[in-house]
Design a protein around this ligand. Sequence first.
Ligand code: PMP
Ligand code: GLN
Length: 379
Amino acid sequence: IQTKLPKVGTTIFSVMSQLALEHKAVNLGQGFPDFDPPQALRDALSRAMNEGRNQYAPMTGIPPLREQIALKTERLYGRRISADTEVTVTSGATEAIFAAIACSVGAGDEVIVLDPCYDCYEPAIELAGGRAVHVPLRLPDFAVDWQRVRDAVTPKTRMIMVNTPHNPSGAIFTRADLDALAEIVRASGILVLSDEVYEHIVYDGAAHQSVLRHAELAERSFVISSFGKTYHCTGWKVGYCVAPKPLSAEFRKVHQYLTFCTFNPAQWAFAEMIEQAPQHYLELAAFYQAKRDRFRGLLAPSRLKLLDVPGGYFQLVDYTAIRDTDDINFCEWLVREGGVAAIPLTPFYETAPQSRLVRLCFAKNDATLEAAAERLCAL
Ligand code: PMP
Ligand code: GLN
């Protein structure tokens, strides 16, 4: 058959996890915790199943969960949103990204993405008939060069996609970034897709700069989050999209036929957790900051150069001192010979720079981080 995605193979996350298994490597590649979700959440999930929450949920998500998402949004970002018309529960952030793009991007439209960017963005744009326009982030800090974004805007630009905290770098937006984005989209029809799946993982006292804090941006944005990241349950695949009523209405037209609704029992469990244990998301940054600092301390004696990590749960490292080879070769060598799986950055780029950087996930138990660090320090 004629392929619709000629450039796409199997995602690097599947490839590296498979190699990690084959080589019995410590897997710091694909981003997922190797510890369980909170006991209270697991209890709430089994209770929901035992109480008969096993049939279709409402298409847009169960009302108590949408209500809790709206309350949390107001509490954290100061924006009042309608649980009824502006929140949609989705089957992970990935589904939300596909639905947001499918409902708003059409043939010939351009979507600006900032490289390196998460690997599902471009295929979603292409399947919608659009074209991704890649603007590189500035090295070494992965900040947005807003002048370059401005220069990339054309009459065909339909959407700009942003991601803070950023995967893979951990870079975070400042208020000035939101203002610069607002200035670019002002007086245009350009929409914003803001991928904020790591919204609760921002370090060193910084505040997460959600586009929902910015009234002008919020009025034209799909804001996407994921309970998988917040509650250590990436395999449950539950996320959500917050968008103004007219955008949510279009979003729901796609969501209802993409999947119709999301796993019902988990929605009851998350509604209960957000309401009864808000400390979980409020303390998540401190929880991961301790892991970040521990991991960086363990790697200090290694020959890897550690980049700063302002947010998220990935550590970028420069491996120049160990091997003079590209990042894909290095990761293949590392998983085979070094016993550690990492993620190369090249798959996150249209045109990768010749940087010698790979990504390590530190959302892991201390024992896993120690085992990985021991191997990395031996290189
Ligand atoms: N966006 C980013 C930046 C991510 O890192 C991820 C998960 N790795 C997703 C979206 C997808 O989230 P989910 O697993 O909820 O589909
Ligand atoms: N988002 C995760 C990461 O960046 C992977 C998710 C996936 O495997 N699709 O590692």
